[in-house]
Design a binder for this molecule. Sequence first.
Ligand code: CA
Length: 222
Amino acid sequence: MRILVVEDEPELNRQLKEALEQAGYAVDVALDGEEGHFLGDTEPYDAVILDLGLPQKDGVTVLKEWRAAGRNMPVLILTARDRWSDKVAGFDAGADDYVAKPFHMAELLARLRALLRRASGHASSEISCGPLVLDTAGAQVLKDGIPLKLTPMEYRLLAYMMHHQGEVISRTRLTEHLYDQDFDRDSNTIEVMIGRVRKKIGKEMLQTVRGLGYRLSPPSGD
Ligand code: CA
């Protein structure tokens, strides 16, 4: 899962990036509305955290322009504590949720997890696929109740595929959703990672669809 953070306070921006990376996400950041708008308009994010008070272009305008252009990723807005009118303007512009500043990072992360789940059509807090259960709060995947030993990138890959189980996902799409924009992308890495994850979860669950990509699905008969 790849997240965009648009926040002009450098310290908060840094804290958000750090917390999100620790939670297992790929993270890009922007410090003003212009750059934030550009990134959200050109890169395929799974969700965006958008401050409303931004230099160059305010958050409500950024959001309105994304929505007008058909960008429908979930957007969580950051609002000032006592500005109820900001929340109204944010929701009217197409926001999916908000947290008021100052906020607890744990609350923001929980709201983000809920947005990501709902965006991929999962209502409950745990996503399962055959013997696998994705625990997004604990950033782990369990198989038959036992946590799998995954590297941070393997977790990111498997979490993305569990959100999108049953779909054929191309290598390009995986690359776009697993790495931030500064990462030196090499699609062979994806293939190697798929191979390692496949060994850990059981070969039959992670199929290669020749020429198209990969699909995660429960073992047949399940
Ligand atoms: Ca601000």
